[in-house]
Design a protein around this ligand. Structure first.
Ligand code: LLP
Length: 398
């Protein structure tokens, strides 16, 4: 019961076990105390340098999670009209909401304009033209930032790298002259800054130094043309420790922000923004599942869970590692392929993992699932949506 003992809180453990008996598996279990501690560390580390952090809703948009994040004073980084709607509903003020994304629809842009959000992070000339026209129709001036592709390798999985010229994201440097000429003609747009995001689950902090160098060079491009940018948004991407979630439950926000403080050439009066998702919420969530069956294959044993790729897609989509723990059985370890019930061979959480000899009905925790877990769930095979259970000052289901 590794995870639960770490809570070091006997009454809560008892409550939790009671709730486990009642909750149908699989379900997501969120530790709101850990989330609070994480948010506090991130907020305090950023505050030292007056950095502003927007939370990337795409990582997890559950009500108690968003409420807490909003209460801690983070802004909202949204990538769809529905995320903007959700952020507003959860109390984020429009002045702290940004709308990013490479393919914003007219309806989504109109909605965000109606609500006077802080800024649109724009990714193409055509998008600028559309926002200009739609803002004009509403009699408004839209604040925009240009998402520039810095061509920096994030050194992460190729599926979650975004800052290379071959990626679909952002405006490339060679397009910038044309984009600036276009902006001159867009009467309903106000350019307030530039935006970068190079990828996700970045664990080598040197990558952020490279990002800073590129951002400094790109800033010079604007300065040399006499263009002042009040806002500088360097995106998100800070990784978490999927291998040792108990040893490192909170990412090193201190070092992360210190790098930007040291290496970014912030212009006088310029506000620096970050868009963190994973590092704020990943460790607070686990997917709790029950073992349905244990069976012997030709070369390996299978532990067949009642959770699958419909609840947590990351291992199947990115070959991502999530630590798996048997919370019920103890004793000598046996090697398993831990798989789900979905009718796909790829529905496998992990191959060749050692777990205590596993029995039908054992509880299993798949750790570090608070980010890009529930939000990427699907109904494939007509599956029910897994519930969320929250541990915090009180235990409750939502
Ligand atoms: N800003 C932009 C423009 C982004 O595209 C993203 C994530 C973020 C901020 C937040 O990045 P974070 O701090 O969470 O790394 N589903 C994948 C991750 C996709 C990330 C997409 N963009 C996964 O499960 O690993």
């Amino acid at each position: 019961m590794g995870y639960l003992q770490k809570q070091n809180n006997p009454p809560m453990l008892k409550d939790l076990q009671e709730s486990w008996q009642q909750e149908p598996t699989p379900f997501y279990l969120y530790d709101l105390d850990l989330l609070r501690q994480t948010l506090e560390k991130a907020r305090n580390a950023a505050a030292q340098y007056n950095f502003q952090v927007h939370y990337a809703l795409k990582a997890n948009s559950n009500k108690p999670v968003l409420r807490l994040i909003q209460e801690f004073g983070f802004g909202a980084d949204c990538v769809s009209g529905n995320e903007v709607k959700r952020a507003l509903k959860r109390g984020f003020v429009p002045e702290h909401i940004v709308f990013a994304g490479v393919g914003k629809s007219d309806a989504e842009i109109n909605f965000a304009l109606q609500h006077n959000i802080f800024c649109f992070n724009c990714e193409s000339s055509q998008e600028l033209e559309v926002i200009d026209a739609l803002a004009g129709k509403q009699g408004k001036v839209a604040r925009v930032a240009l998402r520039i592709n810095p061509n920096v390798d994030a050194n992460t999985h190729k599926y979650i790298t975004t800052g290379l010229e071959e990626n679909k994201f952002g405006i490339n440097m060679w397009e910038l002259e044309g984009v600036m000429a276009l902006l001159q003609q867009c009467e309903n747009l106000e350019l307030i800054g530039i935006h970068f995001h190079i990828g996700s689950q970045i664990t080598d902090l040197n990558v952020f130094k490279n990002l800073c160098s590129r951002v400094n060079e790109i800033q010079q491009w604007f300065i040399s043309r006499g263009i002042q940018l009040p806002h500088l948004n360097v995106g998100g991407g800070l990784g978490v420790d999927y291998y040792q979630p108990d040893e490192n439950p909170i990412s090193d926000f201190e070092s992360y922000f210190a790098i930007f403080n040291e290496h970014l050439e912030v212009q006088p009066g310029q506000q620096v923004h970050f868009e963190l998702g994973r590092a704020l919420v990943a460790q607070s969530g686990s997917l709790i599942s029950r073992v349905l069956y244990v069976k012997k294959g030709l070369t390996t044993n299978f532990a067949i869970l009642d959770a699958g790729m419909t609840e947590l897609l990351r291992p199947m989509l990115y070959q991502a590692y999530h630590k798996i723990e048997n919370l019920t059985s103890q004793g000598p370890e046996v090697k398993y392929n831990v798989v789900g019930p979905i009718c796909e061979s790829t529905d496998c959480f992990a191959k060749d993992v050692f777990l205590p000899e596993t029995q039908r009905n054992d509880f299993v925790a798949i750790r570090t699932a608070g980010a890009y877990g529930e939000v990427m769930a699907s109904e494939y095979n007509l599956r029910d949506k897994a519930k969320a259970v929250y541990l915090g000052l009180e235990v409750k289901s939502v």
